[in-house]
Design a protein around this ligand. Structure first.
Ligand SMILES: Nc1ncnc2c1ncn2[C@@H]1O[C@H](COP(=O)(O)OP(=O)(O)OP(=O)(O)O)[C@@H](O)[C@H]1O
Ligand SMILES: [Mg+2]
Length: 355
């Protein structure tokens, strides 16, 4: 379910604050990709709350409208789950055959997954034989997602007349979007951080191999909530101020300290996650770089606050860095507009469907 196949799909990222769609064309022969269709539609804050679909009808209508508006004909899609109903772990198991692994994985997984094993869909992949843990053991990537959550996402996609060919995990999609656009040095440690509205997905790469994944419950909503409370405003007004838009009677100087305080909170959560990674990291190399993406990456000074706190270089991830827009539907303006929010959708569009 979480790991690949062989035909092109449309990447459909159903986020808490908006739905994004990206269709790529594979140039073939390793010549890279073009983006041929892309677009997004906002979702009202009640439609999806912390990754849970509350208003399916609204989500279905929004997906349908988005596909029509973007003139997307392909109906097979790859979508992603994120947040607390998803668990991804790299586990070390004694060396065994694939058949043995298939038989024991369910039992092994129980120790690592904080949910009832009957409530989750489980997938796994044996990682590179050059195990990071030495001889006698092998590394296995274990991914689990709550069945009810998968069903909710699959249902809205099906109801919108589409076929959910792949259900991925946002942190994997993020990694794919990065890999197709950037090169890395053999010992480089890079953190990919997607700060969305409700969730932030983190993925750490070491020499181009992903070694850690974690979603944390923090994002752009925290800024809007804080502005709304402190200045006694509506959510719409708070959202405008967060984006640097002006509102009558409210000097921007009153907003800056609030943004800065939430930048600290968000930075603290990211730092805690990366500190935890360091404890289990197979390398002592420090973090070389953090690549930031997601709508919230645009909050004033978040990038700088993270660079200072983590003492590392922070770059904005451009999911279209090596992907050229072609055709009438994919205008350079639209590509620019979606640059901060399209990483997961691009990563999903790189997925291939199995049979
Ligand atoms: N210019 C901007 N400045 C600050 N924040 C912004 C800006 N544009 C969008 N945002 C915020 O970014 C968030 C949306 O980002 P994104 O589309 O990556 O999230 P999402 O995928 O919908 O949510 P999630 O990943 O949590 O499910 C919202 O909180 C939105 O208010
Ligand atoms: Mg998102």
């Amino acid at each position: 379910m979480f790991f690949g196949g062989s035909r092109n799909l449309v990447g459909l990222d159903i986020g808490d604050s908006s739905i994004k769609v990206v269709e790529l064309k594979d140039r073939g022969k390793g010549r890279g990709y073009e983006v041929v269709k892309l677009g997004w539609e906002p979702l009202s804050s009640e439609a999806i709350v912390d990754g849970a679909i509350m208003d399916s009808q609204l989500v279905i209508e929004t997906i349908t409208r988005l596909f029509q508006r973007c003139r997307i004909k392909t109906t097979k899609v790859a979508t992603a789950l994120s947040g607390h109903s998803v668990i991804v772990k790299r586990i070390s198991l004694p060396n065994m055959s694939e058949a043995e692994l298939a038989e024991s994985i369910q039992w092994e997984a129980e120790q690592y997954i904080p949910f009832d094993i009957d409530d989750v869909n489980l997938d796994y992949q044996i990682l590179d034989a050059s195990s990071l843990d030495g001889e006698g053991s092998m590394d296995v990537l274990l991914a689990a997602a709550k069945k009810d959550k998968i069903n909710d996402y699959v249902n809205v996609i099906t109801e919108a007349g589409l076929t959910p060919a792949v259900v991925d995990i946002a942190a994997f999609a993020l990694q794919n979007a990065f890999e197709v656009n950037y090169e890395f040095e053999p010992h480089e440690v890079i953190a990919l951080v997607d700060v969305g509205a409700a969730v932030s997905s983190i993925s750490v790469l070491y020499g181009g191999t992903s070694i850690y994944w974690r979603d944390i419950n923090t994002g752009g909503n925290a800024y809007t909530d804080a502005i709304q409370k402190e200045l006694n405003l509506s959510a719409v007004q708070a959202d405008q101020l967060k984006r640097g838009e002006e509102i009558d009677g409210i000097p921007y100087e009153r907003v800056l300290p609030i943004l800065s305080a939430v930048n600290d909170d968000v930075g603290n959560e990211i730092q805690k996650t990366l500190d935890f990674f360091k404890q289990i990291s197979p390398t002592d190399e420090p973090l070389d770089k953090l690549c930031l993406t997601g709508g919230t990456a645009q909050v004033v000074h978040l990038k700088e606050a993270l660079a200072e706190r983590l003492n590392t270089t922070v770059e904005l991830l451009n999911p279209f860095r090596m992907i050229e827009p072609t055709g009438r539907e994919a205008t350079p303006d639209l590509v620019n507009e979606m640059m901060p929010t399209a990483s997961v959708a691009v990563g999903l569009a790189l997925r291939k469907a199995g049979d």
